[in-house]
Design a protein around this ligand. Sequence first.
Ligand SMILES: Nc1ncnc2c1ncn2[C@@H]1O[C@H](COP(=O)(O)OP(=O)(O)OP(=O)(O)O)[C@@H](O)[C@H]1O
Ligand SMILES: [Mg+2]
Length: 488
Amino acid sequence: VFPAELRAAVARLLGRATQAFSPYCYFDVTETEGMSTNEIYDAVQLYLSSTAAPAAGARLSLSRPHNASSFTFGLAASDRVFDTFRGAAVTWEHVVAPRQSQGFSWRPLPEEKRRFTLRIRRGDRDKLLPAYLDHILASAADIRRRSLDRLLYTNARGGAMDARGLPWDPVPFKHPSTFDTLAMDPDRKAAIMADLRDFADGSAFYERTGRAWKRGYLLYGPPGTGKSSMIAAMANYLGYDVYDLELTEVGSNAELRKLLMKTTSKSIIVIEDIDCSVDLTNRAAAPPAPTKPRPNIDGTIDQDASAGAARSITLSGLLNFTDGLWSCCGSERIFVFTTNHIEKLDPALLRSGRMDMHIFMSYCSFPALRILLKNYIGLQDDNSDGCAVIMACLEEWIEAAEITPADVSEVLIKNRRSGRKEATEELLEVVKARAEKRRRQSCPATTGKEAGDNEEEEEEKRALESPKEGHKAGMAGPDEETEAKKQL
Ligand SMILES: Nc1ncnc2c1ncn2[C@@H]1O[C@H](COP(=O)(O)OP(=O)(O)OP(=O)(O)O)[C@@H](O)[C@H]1O
Ligand SMILES: [Mg+2]
């Protein structure tokens, strides 16, 4: 009886009337916005799939993005989920409607129109918007980053760019080291984890204090104490990409800056063995004379290089890299330097504020040993599997042995099939032998002469250099050894 126009007008009127009296307000987040996809729609989908509680019976759709190692869930049509933010409850509904033909379009549009409808109480509106949407965007970015495999970048090509103009080569980063598997003093470990977490969550803090959002860690200690493992654990903990910077491949300070500019935020920039890479001892040292410019991968030669620019990085170039104005292009970056010899580094590199945290990776302590025993052979506590006495001995000897976690892991790997008690006994033997050796080395009776293995090595070297002297030394060796033994 009634014409369609009238019916539509009445429906609109009724809709407005109900909206006027409704305690809720509604917001639509459509899948496409004009011709482009709506970023917020994807973010909402990702956020809801991981954080909000679906209503009973809700049907979730499963997906796994390309190159990702984990699954994500999405809502199916007409499903509702509930969420709370700052104490206010909100409801999301996923609405899917068939698309009516809208004339000609260059791009094939999906057959269905999808949208999320957000329902919030009118009174909560000011409290929730736009903070709630910001929260969703940030959470979605975080989930996306975590679900995608992370990458390890290297600058193995020197300063040469690839076809896309990037100087970094990426490979999937799948290092299994985590803070759970890392053997070190639990208190120090907890402090480092808290520091990393504070850094990652510290956007507002860094903005408020006017500091660049970056942090530097210097890991130092003998070889095999877990410096590289710590970097992998940091990356796995925060979900950051790793840029492994090979300083010897970098030709000049300008190249270093270019490399830095091409790193992404939320990344760890690593320079391993910084004392071995370049001569960093003298900040004021002039760069060495220019060398012949190296050609790029495509055979071309950089203009500035061919013009005779010094192709060598200096300490001040490196300091600018970590600390200067350039270091702030992009944000949320962690610089990690490792070294076996902290005493070789220039004080400028160590001053506070440059490397925020100096972490000493020490020889294996007893608490660290416990972690290794638990991880490698499943020894739950000191008294299990009849190991109480052996553990007490290990506690007594381990500090004196100055044994690295890498050496302990080797012993445990070798003996992991032979039972917990046997493996621990074997470890105790190794620890005792090492402690003895250390004691011999540090014994005052042998000062001025290297004892034990070192002496033998020295002797071998001398024998090779001059057979006569070597013979003499060979004669003197055992005498001194018997002397030392007597004194011991
Ligand atoms: N603290 C540790 N916790 C767990 N495993 C460790 C630890 N330290 C060393 N390891 C083991 O020893 C191996 C070598 O360790 P890593 O490469 O981390 O040592 P590093 O300190 O980086 O040595 P370098 O100074 O020679 O580079 C690793 O594969 C790891 O399994
Ligand atoms: Mg290492």
